[in-house]
Unconditional design. Structure first.
Length: 214
């Protein structure tokens, strides 16, 4: 007999040691809706199911035909025009449960951040997240403290951001998409490359011309 959708969602949630409040919040749905789905008293729309699966997948839980699989080595893709906002939401969720709340950002440009992205950065900072960024040489539009920035030569700069945070590395891989990986050897490699660039460079900004700060 096939395992019902509600049971599989329940198994995935329990595998993450989440209660229903946690999953409902992570998926951005009402708890009452989730309760009905898990009890198989309601069939979710494709939009609701996608929200639930995305919340589970971002944390290493995947629905299978017979139940659920929990893994520490996984990846997921964020797509759509607001993929970067979704990525910052994942940064917030990931770092909120860690003691080391540092976000490393490479190949970004603060001037390209619209107001809702700036607000998400502020929210991260308000919740104790520290940031360091590698930006293009000569860029003075820096919305954080200048001590949080280090220059890389223009010949090596391309505005294709990647981030390292907690146990994850996120790499932009398209105009409106990025892939997040949790393979620890890959995460360690990117963190080491970032720190090698950061600590070996003496080319750091001394001022900011940004009219808005986060």
């Amino acid at each position: 007999m096939a395992t019902s959708l509600g049971t599989r969602i329940y198994m995935a949630r329990c595998g993450l040691r989440w209660n229903q409040d946690k999953l409902a919040e992570a998926a951005g749905i009402d708890k009452t809706t989730l309760v009905k789905i898990e009890k198989d008293k309601s069939s979710p729309s494709m939009r609701i199911l996608s929200k639930i699966e995305n919340a589970l997948n971002r944390n290493g839980a995947f629905l299978t035909s017979k139940g659920a699989e929990i893994t520490d080595d996984y990846s997921f893709t964020l797509t759509g025009e607001d993929w970067f906002a979704d990525l910052l939401d994942d940064v917030f969720d990931t770092l909120s449960e860690r003691d080391d709340k540092e976000l490393l950002i490479a190949f970004a440009d603060d001037q390209k951040s619209p107001p809702h992205i700036v607000e998400k950065y502020r929210n991260l900072r308000a919740n104790g997240v520290r940031m360091r960024q590698l930006v293009e040489e000569g860029n003075t539009y820096l919305q954080g403290d200048v001590s949080e920035y280090c220059y890389i030569p223009s010949m090596f700069f391309e505005n294709y951001v990647h981030m390292i945070y907690g146990n994850k590395v996120a790499m932009r891989d398209g105009q409106n998409s990025c892939t997040v990986y949790t393979n620890q050897r890959l995460v360690t490699k990117f963190r080491n490359l970032f720190n090698l660039t950061w600590f070996s460079s003496t080319n750091k900004p001394e001022m900011s011309t940004a009219h808005e700060r986060f």
